[in-house]
Ligand binder design. Structure first.
Ligand code: GAL
Length: 721
């Protein structure tokens, strides 16, 4: 693994700053284009995403392309030392295309065909749509292959939704034949179709699930979701053919939907195809009235960032979209409080993004998103709070050249697995409407976030061997080979943590026979016999046993789910202290080879996970970013490039926070101020500092001497913006 990754495109060895730019909405007023360029320079923007929704403007009539406006924009970007993240326009299509070829219009799960309109709603199987998208992509790639502004390809936009048309049904059946090796009996077994007399006797009888049709076969539901991912990736590969042909060196990405609610695609399946991962994230800051402090929002989005960084083994990702102003997709469009723009943007960089990009550059004059936060407001000038915040951030990003490509080294991994989530969401039983898989993973992750411990968020198929602690909350589905890999991880000295509701089904959603947690039973040393789903306000008590290995004391609360387990080879660390399962094990530890495996049988409420993981972090010898505990609401992240370690010090609270630095000495990369022993982080402060080993050693950044000499002047001298 390299100490440092190369820049996303070596043409621009800087942090990318910019956003979705829709100059085609302003074709009649080209003076606005010139004004855009002036404003981009002022805001230190160097990467603009163009052409995402431009198909009707690029191909106003079938086969008649008009690139004149895009030529001008590409040239203007290049003249202004900026680059284009050039999009393929498949997310929205011209009306003539839908009119002439209704097969490209999607059929919804209830089998109703949509009409033309909206966006992100094409059929991914339609040969006509595949041909048309490839043709326009070919024209774009051929035309701009040598253009100095071309930096990154941006495929389509947030591939999402499903199509249930006849073409997709046929493709689904073909995919199933392949998956089950043309053996219908295998499929019937995997889907357990004798249940409710659902056996298939011919492939042609199989259809996608729908609200007014089949939706009770969980194996089918799961395979359909797998197919939707497969078909999207296949569509995407088709889009890429001309891009690879004409521009093999230009990196290709597609923007993922980063919100926690997006369950429609297994993004891990895109990793073999993309050169760089990118994500759109719109955190909802300022939810104090709903009792969600900003630090909790930050923690949740930290989880999402850490997943996107882990997707390509730690390679920096792109924050492709974020709102420079008010959040839009939330119930109320709350303005970002002063300081929040810088804090939120640097959080992305802290977690491994090499870009800060926005939706959108300029507010559109009409249409559904005319009030969405933008760098340039309808007022049209730079004298707005939002513009000034963006420009100030641009100034900071200019100083972070040395952070480009820098890595995060995580010794801990938390598993969040899409297929597992799909299967859990389908479960009838437990707490039917509130399985809370995502929330549970975030809560386990949160205990590390609060301690300043770096975490990779991975899936079941990832390599576990590089971690010291592996946490797999609610690992309900265990695919073939996973339990064996967990066993060898633990045998080799790793610490594994599992929870209630693990090891229940295989990859087809068939229950393991012979006792849960199925294939994890040996490594965990427990048998989970039953699980109790509690009422909303019900609580059970959990008491650690005296002298336990983690030094846990006091009483903890179990809520919602309590697994009734038998410790087999495991030792009991804590017991239930309520109900008929009083004195049953609630927390166990199993030594296995050189390592140990923990089983948390209950869903906890704070403060259990915090002391539990704090003790485990110490026990496993995990490095924290700072030696001492962090104050609540403060996040400290480190990215290193082999030569230097950059600290991101982020205060997500409205109060000043004292941050004990221990023996770490830091110098602020923007003003050279040196911090040692302790520092104060102002409310919503976001600082980037470089570790400064010793006062006496030669100062690599010339930060000494009263901190007057600014290191970036020397380091970045002569480099283009
Ligand atoms: C994204 C989308 C953008 C824009 C944005 C608004 O999901 O990709 O085009 O609509 O939401 O927040």
């Amino acid at each position: 693994m390299p100490d440092r990754y190369p820049p996303i495109n070596p043409k621009c060895p800087h942090m990318l700053h910019g956003g979705d730019y829709n100059p085609d909405q302003w074709i009649e007023t080209p003076e606005i284009w010139d004004e855009d360029m002036r404003l981009m320079r002022l805001a230190h923007c160097n990467a603009m995403t163009v052409g995402v929704f431009s198909w009707a403007q690029l191909e106003p009539e079938e086969g008649h392309y008009d690139f004149s406006w895009l030529d001008t924009i590409m040239d203007k970007l290049a003249e202004n030392d900026a680059f284009a993240v050039l999009a393929t326009p498949s997310a929205a299509r011209p009306a003539w295309l839908s009119k002439k070829n209704p097969e490209i219009l999607r059929v919804q799960p209830d089998r109703h065909k949509i009409r033309h309109g909206g966006r992100c709603n094409h059929c991914p199987t339609s040969p006509i749509y595949r041909e048309k998208t490839q043709s326009i992509n070919r024209a774009l790639a051929e035309r701009y292959r040598d253009h100095p502004a071309l930096l990154v390809w941006h495929l389509s936009n947030e591939y999402s939704g499903e199509c249930h048309c006849d073409l997709c049904q046929e493709a689904f059946r073909a995919w199933l034949r392949e998956r089950y090796e043309h053996d219908l009996a295998r499929l019937n077994h995997a889907w357990w179709t004798r249940f409710w007399s659902h056996a298939f006797t011919d492939w042609s009888q199989i259809e996608s699930p729908g609200p007014n049709g089949e939706n009770s076969i969980h194996g089918l539901n799961l395979d359909w979701k797998r197919f939707v991912t497969h078909q999207t990736v296949d569509f995407m590969k088709n889009e890429m053919v001309p891009l690879r042909e004409f521009t093999p060196d230009v990196p290709v990405t597609t923007n993922f939907i980063g919100a926690e609610v997006f369950v429609g695609r297994d993004y891990w399946k895109f990793r073999d195809v993309l050169d760089v991962v990118s994500v759109d994230l719109y955190p909802h800051w300022g939810r104090e009235e709903e009792s969600v402090p900003d630090w909790q929002t930050a923690l949740q989005f930290g989880f999402v960032y850490d997943m996107h960084r882990a997707m390509l083994d730690g390679k920096p990702f792109m924050l492709m979209e974020s709102s420079p102003g008010a959040a839009f997709s939330t119930a109320n469009s709350r303005l970002k409080r002063p300081g929040m723009h810088r804090l939120a943007s640097l959080q992305a960089v802290a977690h491994g993004s090499d870009t800060v990009q926005y939706f959108q550059w300029r507010k559109s004059r009409g249409g559904a998103e005319k009030f969405h936060g933008a760098v340039v407001d309808h007022a049209g000038h730079e004298n707005t709070r939002v513009f000034q915040d963006v420009a100030a951030l641009g100034e900071t990003l200019r100083r972070l050249d040395d952070v480009v490509g820098a890595r995060t080294n995580a010794e801990v991994a938390v598993i969040y697995d899409w297929e597992n989530r799909w299967a859990i969401d389908d479960v009838h039983g437990l707490r039917r409407e509130h399985k809370d898989y995502f929330e549970t993973c975030v809560r386990h992750y949160g205990a590390f976030w609060k301690q300043g411990v770096a975490v990779d968020v991975i899936n079941e198929d990832a390599d576990f061997s590089k971690y010291k602690i592996l946490v797999a909350p609610m690992l309900y589905m265990v695919r073939p080979g996973v339990a064996e890999r967990i066993e060898s991880f633990v045998r080799d000295g790793g610490t594994f943590v599992a929870t209630y509701w693990s090891g229940i089904v295989d990859e087809s959603d068939l229950c393991f026979l012979g006792g849960f947690p199925g294939p994890l039973r040996r490594v965990l040393g427990v048998w989970a016999e039953e699980i109790d789903a509690l009422g909303k306000d019900e609580r059970k008590r959990v008491t650690p046993l005296p002298g336990n290995a983690l030094g846990l004391t006091g009483t903890f609360e179990a809520v919602e789910l309590c697994d009734l387990i038998h410790a087999e080879s495991a030792e009991t660390v804590a017991i239930y202290a309520s109900d008929f399962y009083e004195s049953h094990p609630a927390l166990t530890r199993n030594t296995f080879g050189e390592g140990e495996a923990w089983y948390i049988a209950f869903r906890d409420r704070d403060p259990f996970l915090d002391p539990f993981y704090e003790a485990l972090i110490k026990r496993a010898g995990i490095r924290r970013t700072l030696e001492k505990s962090l104050p609540l609401g403060v996040s400290v992240r480190v990215r290193g490039n082999g030569r230097h370690r950059f600290y991101f010090l982020l205060n997500f609270t409205d109060l000043p926070r004292n941050l004990p630095l221990g023996s770490t000495r830091l110098a602020d990369v923007e003003n050279g101020m040196v911090f040692e022993t302790e520092m104060v982080l102002e409310p919503r402060a976001a600082l980037v500092a470089v570790e400064w080993e010793s006062r006496t050693e030669a100062d690599p950044f010339h930060l000494g001497g009263g901190a007057k000499a600014r290191w970036w002047d020397r380091e970045s001298e002569g480099r283009a913006r």
